[in-house]
Design a binder for this molecule. Structure first.
Ligand SMILES: Cc1ncc(COP(=O)(O)O)c(C=O)c1O
Length: 324
């Protein structure tokens, strides 16, 4: 007799074909497929904004950060859930306040949760376990006490309350796409949020505070004496003054030539975060110069010599046109 595992991901031929297409397209990190998936999830939850993350754990972590949970706060959660549900609370420095679950639904006892609320409580973090949690009574408690709700809906894609899918109502709702869930992306998660402002915040939190997408990301001639270089990136400094151009104009013009350009990197100390800690221009002049002038040119193993020549010809054309 075959061994029957307790869970087994459904992977059909259509999924395998879609994965092969994605691999052939080479855009295997966040790209058009991920955006299409986010749109489909948003449609599924009745139009609420949805952003994907690398796991449900990441989604809950981002949700807690969005609502500002931290030291001195309390977050109420069931004692019966996967460890991630409490771990994400502990990670913020907030206190995990456990309440029991109902045996039939395996969900958090809402009356106990309400009784556990103190002035330090910031959020409720219930898990949809055996049965979906109705978001209405949760929202009522949250409203009475001025709290936020993060629904751990890791297990609940496909669940419905009054014919509406979990995630269609409520505050912040996180899903998991781990292989033992109803829908898998191998590893992955998503967070349903309330509006575009929150969606932008998730985008910032999931990508190091960077606001633009990968295509608009800025990147400079590496030193010749460079033994052991990994040649992962080919970065050069642009002669911006001589060419009478800005990096943005250069990048846009190269893009029009069909050539993608990146920036590696900005000066970390001049981000708004570190400026807030007192860092200013002039403290690290070399890093700042590189940050202003650097661009990353295409470089990868499959580039042909003709591709390299095309990049060089385009750069010459663009820089000379500007200087003229
Ligand atoms: C209830 C619950 N919450 C959170 C998670 C974490 O999901 P992920 O593995 O996507 O981080 C799981 C995963 O099994 C889970 O069962």
């Amino acid at each position: 007799m075959d061994f029957l595992p307790f869970a087994r991901p459904t992977i059909d031929e259509a999924m395998i074909a879609a994965m092969a297409d994605t691999m052939r397209g080479r855009w295997i990190a966040s790209g058009p497929q991920v955006q299409a998936f986010e749109r489909a999830l948003s449609e599924y939850v009745g139009g609420r904004p949805v952003r994907t993350l690398t796991s449900a754990t990441a989604a809950m972590q981002v949700a807690l950060e969005m609502i500002g949970a931290g030291p001195g706060d309390e977050v109420i959660t069931p004692a019966q859930s996967f460890f991630a549900t409490a771990n994400v609370i502990e990670r913020t420095g907030a206190k995990t306040v456990f309440v029991d679950v109902a045996l039939s639904t395996r969900n958090m006892e809402l009356a106990q949760a309400e009784a556990a609320i103190t002035p330090a409580t910031r959020a409720l973090l219930p898990t949809h376990y055996n049965a979906p949690i109705d978001p209405a009574p949760l929202a009522a408690i949250a409203k009475r006490h001025g709290l936020r709700v993060i629904e751990d809906a890791a297990l609940a894609i496909g669940s419905r309350v009054d014919a509406k899918p979990v995630g269609a109502a409520g505050d912040l709702v996180s899903f998991s796409f781990h292989p033992n869930k109803n829908l898998t992306t191998i590893e992955g998660g998503a967070l349903v949020v309330n509006d575009d402002r929150e969606a932008k915040r998730v985008e910032e939190l999931r990508f190091h505070g960077i606001r633009r997408n990968a295509d608009g990301t800025p990147e400079a001639l590496p030193p010749r004496a460079n033994p052991g270089h990994s040649w992962n990136m080919f970065t050069v400094l642009l002669p911006l003054d001589a060419a009478r151009t800005t990096r943005k104009q250069f990048m846009d013009a190269m893009h029009k030539e069909g050539i993608g350009i990146g920036i590696s990197y900005e000066a970390i100390h001049l981000t708004s975060y570190f400026r807030g800690k007192g860092f200013r221009e002039g403290q690290f002049p070399v890093s700042e110069r590189i940050a202003r002038e650097t661009v990353t040119l295409p470089l990868y193993p499959e580039m042909r010599d003709t591709d390299v020549e095309r990049v060089v010809a385009s750069m010459k054309r663009v820089l000379r046109r500007k200087a003229a």
